[in-house]
Design a protein around this ligand. Structure first.
Ligand code: NAP
Length: 296
């Protein structure tokens, strides 16, 4: 392997430690600990796991967590009413509605109902809109793409003027990642399922963010020698030869790409731990905003 490893676990641990430190400082100043409310509609097992992880992390860092589970057949009105109650609750600084919502619900309307000051996922149209505009700053940035940029910054990859390719244009990862890179003066190409000559485009990238949701799709010959590669993809592959009966991998063929890349963030152990760390950081920021401690 020639690429240097971007250790998401270690970098995320530092972000969490800072969130814990800032939480302790808020409490020392006489404020309540930052509070994160999670709203889960239904009982999707994966969503339950994610919500549980977020709650445990809050507690570990000294924050409050409030958990609400609504029945899978909740109406749009009921979900939005819950969000409104949380908007009005001063103990709640951040509101996270776990996606995906059941199919009969309008997730855009639910996200829009969250107060932008409590939108710690950064998905409110006001925050996304500001992310897309020159000279405007969102109150919060979506956690996974924010984590990608944080990883690049942490290891000193120069963003300004870099040729960056983002593989994927989803609302939660690809598009905000591309917008963040533009804000940092990278020259950005966004690729998606209709893109032609994908390998050639990727091979021109100084920075390649893979958020495509396809198992180990990015191969060695897609990567420019020395490029920084961030693997957002998360896949669980059944494998009886493994103790757990499966293994985890990403959108990048790690072993072969490591032979040419300059930097590589693995999956697992790269962006995954950053996502939850950035969520904790955003929750502290929401509390600081609520107490008028940061200018927005
Ligand atoms: P998504 O909503 O399914 O979006 C995938 C994107 O990739 C779409 O823009 C799609 O293009 C594009 N795409 C799909 N197949 C393609 C192909 N063959 N060639 C070129 N482009 C293709 O996925 P997502 O939510 O962004 O997630 C992407 C990956 O990141 C998944 O593996 C997911 O599990 C992982 N993820 C990880 C974290 C974390 O915390 N680590 C968080 C979120 C997601 P179109 O727009 O044209 O359909």
């Amino acid at each position: 392997m020639t690429a240097k490893l971007i250790d998401g676990k270690a970098i995320a641990a530092k972000v969490r430690a800072k969130a814990a430190e800032d939480t302790a400082e808020l409490v020392a100043q006489g404020f309540a600990p930052p509070g994160l409310a999670t709203v889960l509609v239904g009982s999707d097992p994966a969503s339950e796991v994610y919500v549980g992880m977020k709650q445990r992390m809050c507690k570990k860092l000294g924050m409050e967590s409030f958990s609400f589970t609504l029945s899978p057949d909740s109406s749009q009105e009921e979900v939005e009413k819950m969000v409104q109650e949380l908007n009005d609750n001063p103990k709640v600084n951040g509101i996270l509605v776990q996606l995906p919502l059941p199919g009969h619900l309008d997730d855009e309307a639910v996200l829009k109902a969250i107060s932008p000051e409590k939108d710690i996922d950064g998905f409110h149209p006001l925050n996304m809109g500001r992310l897309a505009q020159k000279g405007r700053e969102p109150l919060f940035v979506p956690c996974t793409p924010d984590g990608c940029i944080y990883l690049l910054d942490e290891v000193g990859v120069e963003l300004e003027g870099a040729n960056a390719v983002v593989l994927g244009r989803s609302n939660i990862v690809g598009m905000p990642a591309a917008l963040l890179l533009v804000k940092r003066n990278a020259t950005v190409t966004i690729c998606h399922s209709r893109t032609k000559n994908l390998p050639e485009i990727c091979a021109n990238a100084d920075i390649l963010i893979a958020a495509v949701g396809r198992v180990e799709m990015v191969k060695k010959d897609w990567v420019k020698p020395g490029a920084a590669v961030i693997d957002v993809g998360t896949h669980r592959i059944d494998d009886d030869t493994k103790e757990k009966g499966y293994y985890l991998t990403g959108d990048v063929a790690f072993d072969e790409v490591s032979e040419v890349a300059g930097w590589i963030s693995p999956s697992p152990g790269g962006v995954g731990p950053m996502t939850i760390a950035m969520l904790m950081r955003n929750t502290v920021r929401a509390a600081q905003i609520a107490h008028g401690l940061v200018e927005v």
